[in-house]
Design a protein around this ligand. Structure first.
Ligand SMILES: Cc1cc2nc3c(=O)[nH]c(=O)nc-3n(C[C@H](O)[C@H](O)[C@H](O)COP(=O)(O)OP(=O)(O)OC[C@H]3O[C@@H](n4cnc5c(N)ncnc54)[C@H](O)[C@@H]3O)c2cc1C
Length: 382
C-alpha cells in the first residue's frame, strides 16, 4: 500500500516521539508501574490524543489508517503506553461522535489535547466475551439516572478523568444498553485494587464499583438503547489499534534481534550467518509485513464505510496479534539467554503483546465474528 507524503510525515513525527519520549523510559515505567501522564500531554501537543476524533472537539479528524501509522511507530518502542493512548483515542472519538454539546464542550478539547484522559468501561465480572449480557444498570429517576453495578479490567481506571460507561437502561437485550460519558470522580464511584499484571505495566487496570451514582441527562451518548452499537463501533477501531500495537511491537522485537545477530559470534561466526536463523528472520519479517498489510486493509475499509469493515477488523486483530506475539517470542529465542533478561527490550515486548490476543474481544471471539459472516450471513468475502 502506497502512503502519501502527509502520512509518511505523520509516521516520521511519531517515530521521533517514540525514540525521544518513549524508548528511553519504557523499561522504567514497566518495572516501576509508572503511568506516564506527562507523556500523554506531550502526545496531545502533537495531536496524538485525538487522531481520528471530530475536529469540532479539537481532534485531527484523520482516518484510521493515518492513526495506525502513528500508533505502529510508537508501539515499536512501548506497546503498553501506546495501547493506553489508543484506548484514550477511542474514548475521545466516541465523545466527538455521540456526546451531547454540553459533554463535548466540557471535555472535548481537553481530551483531544491529553490534558484529561478517558477510560472505556464495558467488561464486567460476569460479562466479558458475552458483553451484551452486562448487568450494570442506569435507572431513570425523574430527569436523572442512578447508576449501580460494577466493571472489571478497566484500563486507566483510577488515573483517568472521563469514563465511557455502558449500562442497561432497558430490557435484557443488546438494545437495552445505553452509553454514558461521566466524570470519573462522581460520588459513589469506587475504584478497586490495582491489578497485578504480566505486562501493560505502564498503565493501571482496576475494577470499578458504581454505588447509586447520579448521572445528569447530558451525560447520555446519543439516545437510550444505542449504547451497545456505539461500544461495538468503538471497538472496530480499537481492534485496528491493538492489532497495530502488535505490528509495531513485532517490528521493534525484529529490529532488536536483527541487530543482536549481526553483533553476536558463536562457533566462529555471526549469528546472522546461520541459515537456520536467517530462515527464522525471513519468516518473522514475512509475518510482520503480512500483518501490517492486513491491518491497513481493515483500516481502509473502516475509513471508507465498507459494509464488511467489522469483519476485516476482526480478521486483522486476530492475525496481527497472533503473529505479532509469535514474532516477539521468536526474537526472544534469537537473543538466547539475553532475551530473558530485563536489560533488553524483547522480554517486555513478549509480556506486553500477550494480552493483545485477549482483550478488545479475544481472538476466539474474532473467529466467532468472522465465522458468523461466513456461515450465518453467507457473506462472500475474498
Ligand atoms: C489488561 C487488560 C485490560 C483490559 N482493559 C479493558 C478496558 O479498558 N475496558 C473493558 O471494557 N475491558 C477491558 N478488558 C477486558 C477484556 O476485554 C476481557 O478480558 C475480554 O473481552 C475477555 O473477557 P473475559 O476475561 O471475561 O473472558 P471470558 O469471556 O470468560 O472468556 C474465557 C475464554 O473463553 C473463550 N470464549 C468465550 N466465549 C466463547 C465463544 N462463544 N466461543 C469460543 N470461545 C469463547 C474466550 O475466548 C476465552 O479464551 C481488559 C482486559 C485486560 C486483561
Amino acid at each position: 500500500m502506497q502512503l502519501t507524503e502527509e502520512q509518511l510525515a505523520f509516521a516520521q513525527a511519531a517515530r521521533e516521539f517514540a525514540q525521544n519520549e518513549l524508548a528511553p523510559q519504557a523499561a522504567q515505567w514497566d518495572a516501576e508501574e509508572i503511568f506516564p501522564k506527562e507523556v500523554f500531554r506531550q502526545a496531545g501537543d502533537l495531536g496524538f490524543c485525538g487522531l481520528y476524533a471530530n475536529p469540532a472537539i479539537g481532534g485531527l479528524g484523520l482516518g484510521r489508517l493515518d492513526a495506525a501509522l502513528v500508533f505502529e511507530e510508537m508501539a515499536a518502542a512501548d506497546p503498553s503506553t501506546t495501547a493506553f493512548l489508543t484506548i484514550h483515542n477511542m474514548v475521545t472519538w466516541m465523545l466527538g461522535e455521540w456526546g451531547t454539546p454540553t459533554a463535548q464542550e466540557r471535555w472535548g478539547e481537553a481530551l483531544s489535547q491529553g490534558q484529561l484522559l478517558g477510560s472505556y468501561c464495558l467488561t464486567e465480572p460476569g460479562s466479558g466475551s458475552d458483553a451484551a449480557s452486562l448487568r450494570t444498570r442506569a435507572q431513570r429517576q425523574g430527569d436523572k439516572y442512578v447508576l449501580n453495578g460494577s466493571k472489571a479490567f478497566i484500563s486507566g481506571a483510577g488515573d483517568t478523568d472521563v469514563l465511557i460507561v455502558m449500562a442497561r437502561t432497558g430490557d435484557d437485550s443488546a438494545r437495552g444498553i445505553s452509553a454514558f460519558a461521566i466524570p470519573a470522580d462522581l460520588p459513589g464511584i469506587v475504584y478497586g485494587r490495582k491489578e497485578q499484571k504480566m505486562g501493560w505495566n505502564s498503565q493501571s487496570t482496576r475494577p470499578i464499583n458504581f454505588d447509586n451514582v447520579e448521572l445528569e441527562p447530558w451525560m447520555l451518548l446519543g439516545e437510550e438503547g444505542q449504547g451497545f452499537r456505539f461500544a461495538m463501533k468503538g471497538l472496530d477501531g480499537g481492534r485496528i489499534n491493538i492489532a497495530t500495537c502488535s505490528v509495531g511491537a513485532a517490528q521493534g522485537a525484529y529490529d532488536a534481534a536483527r541487530l543482536h545477530m549481526s553483533d553476536r559470534n558463536q562457533f566462529g561466526q555471526k549469528l546472522d550467518q546461520f541459515q537456520a536463523l536467517q530462515f527464522k528472520l525471513a519468516d518473522m519479517l514475512t509475518h510482520i509485513v503480512a500483518s501490517r498489510q492486513m491491518v491497513r486493509l481493515a483500516a481502509h475499509k473502516l475509513d471508507h464505510g465498507d459494509p464488511q469493515a467489522s469483519t476485516y477488523c476482526a480478521m486483522a486483530k486476530r492475525l496481527a496479534t497472533d503473529l505479532g506475539f509469535q514474532v516477539c517470542l521468536d526474537a526472544q529465542q534469537l537473543f538466547g539467554g539475553y532475551g530473558y533478561l530485563k536489560d533488553y527490550p524483547v522480554e517486555r515486548l513478549v509480556r506486553d503483546t500477550r494480552v493483545h490476543q485477549i482483550l478488545e474481544g479475544t481472538n476466539e471471539i474474532m473467529r466467532v465474528i468472522i465465522a458468523r459472516q461466513i456461515i450465518d450471513q453467507g457473506a462472500d468475502i475474498r
